[in-house]
Design a protein around this ligand. Structure first.
Ligand code: FES
Ligand code: FE2
Length: 359
């Protein structure tokens, strides 16, 4: 299975790459090592020495470069070998590793693994996580043993919260919610509106703590290829958003392999939310519990059940709630095809024409 390479992906939270230390992770089936230059700028290099294929993260940082642990070849931040301590010291032309464009934005380290030019302007907007936005934020990470599309479907179709997250995010009347699907600028919005329902416990904590019915919404946006932003909340029946019972949920997926994915998530509560620090901590812990103890085992089990089979060849039964996920899947298929064409341009066939007959 191919991945969409010409896109920005979150490699890790920015704070995970500490000055003077290396951080390594497999992304889109490639091993990558991250470190910081002396001026603090993050660097991403292929994590495999071209000499005897030792992971570079086993070596050490020397200035702005990495020295391989095995025989001491040294690579600068562009991936070029700048020192061969052996023989005449000549550096073979092939002694280089790939350097990937990276950008730090919204507290995350983004990486571009395709061959086309990378423009940080196209990084999705998660500015609610910036301290200037004034939101109270919490963040987390999970490793999921499933393909990123399965996890993406879980996020885009939130009809599962009544069942899988019963007692946390779910309440029975959410079933049959009004669902509106919109596509614009390549994004898919999957909006659900649930008027006059019993308040899900986690939202009762964010809002009034009186257990009274509420109007609730979950508006999820997919930003290709694998970023999501949720706008979700409650207010009193017939009330208004300004009552501060809402938050933004950030959900970002980065494929590790065909059957594993890095899942970065965060929540951003707007200024004016009436929660004590203890309640805010409990809110984050409950969210994490829902993702880790409820979503993750289901999605892992789903991947195990699918195995190596093709999703469509298994003929999945489709329900009304699948409209968003199916559109997302189709868009990913289209984008993957286009991306593969960019990454592996067809070799033009040289046409040999017979010489014109001489007169
Ligand atoms: S394996 Fe890296 S220098 Fe030999
Ligand atoms: Fe879920």
């Amino acid at each position: 299975m191919a991945f969409i390479k010409n896109a920005w992906y979150v490699a890790c939270w920015g704070c995970e790459v500490k000055s003077g230390e290396m951080f390594h992770r497999k992304l889109l089936n490639e091993m990558v090592v991250f470190y910081r230059k002396e001026d603090g700028t993050a660097v991403a290099l292929q994590d495999r020495c071209p000499h005897r294929f030792i992971p570079l993260h086993l070596g050490k940082i020397v200035g702005d470069s990495i020295e391989c642990a095995y025989h001491g070849l040294t690579f600068d931040c562009s991936g070029k070998c700048v020192k061969n301590p052996h023989g005449d010291g000549k550096v073979p032309a092939a002694a280089r590793v790939r350097s990937y464009p990276v950008a730090e934005k919204h507290g995350m380290l983004w990486i571009w693994m395709g061959s086309q030019a990378a423009d940080p302007v196209t990084i999705p907007d998660y500015s609610v996580l910036e301290s200037e936005a004034g939101f109270a934020t919490s963040r987390g990470y999970l490793h999921i043993e499933a393909n990123y599309e399965l996890m993406g479907e879980n996020l885009l179709d939130l009809s599962h919260i009544t069942y899988l997250h019963d007692g946390y995010l779910g309440s029975p009347e959410q079933v049959g919610a009004d669902q509106v699907l919109k596509e614009e600028g390549g994004k898919i919005h999957c909006n659900r509106w649930m008027p006059n329902i019993s308040v899900p416990p986690i939202f009762d904590m964010v809002y009034r703590r009186d257990g009274k019915p509420v109007d609730m919404w979950t508006n999820m946006t997919w930003i290709p290829p694998s970023c999501f932003l949720l706008d979700s909340g409650v207010h009193e029946v017939g009330g208004k958003r300004e009552d501060h019972g809402w938050y933004y949920g950030v959900h970002i997926l980065t494929p590790e392999s065909e059957k594993t994915v890095h899942y970065h998530f965060a929540a951003a509560m707007p200024p004016g939310t009436r929660m004590t620090p203890d309640e805010a901590a409990k809110f984050s812990a409950l969210r994490r519990h829902a993702f880790e103890a409820q979503d993750k085992p289901i999605i892992n089990a789903q991947q195990a059940a699918i195995g190596d089979n093709d999703f469509w060849e298994m003929k999945p039964v489709l329900l009304s709630v699948d409209a968003g996920p199916v559109r997302m899947r189709r868009a990913i298929e289209r984008m993957t095809k286009e991306d593969v064409a960019i990454e592996t341009p067809a070799v033009p066939i040289k046409v040999i024409r017979p010489a014109p007959a001489s007169v």
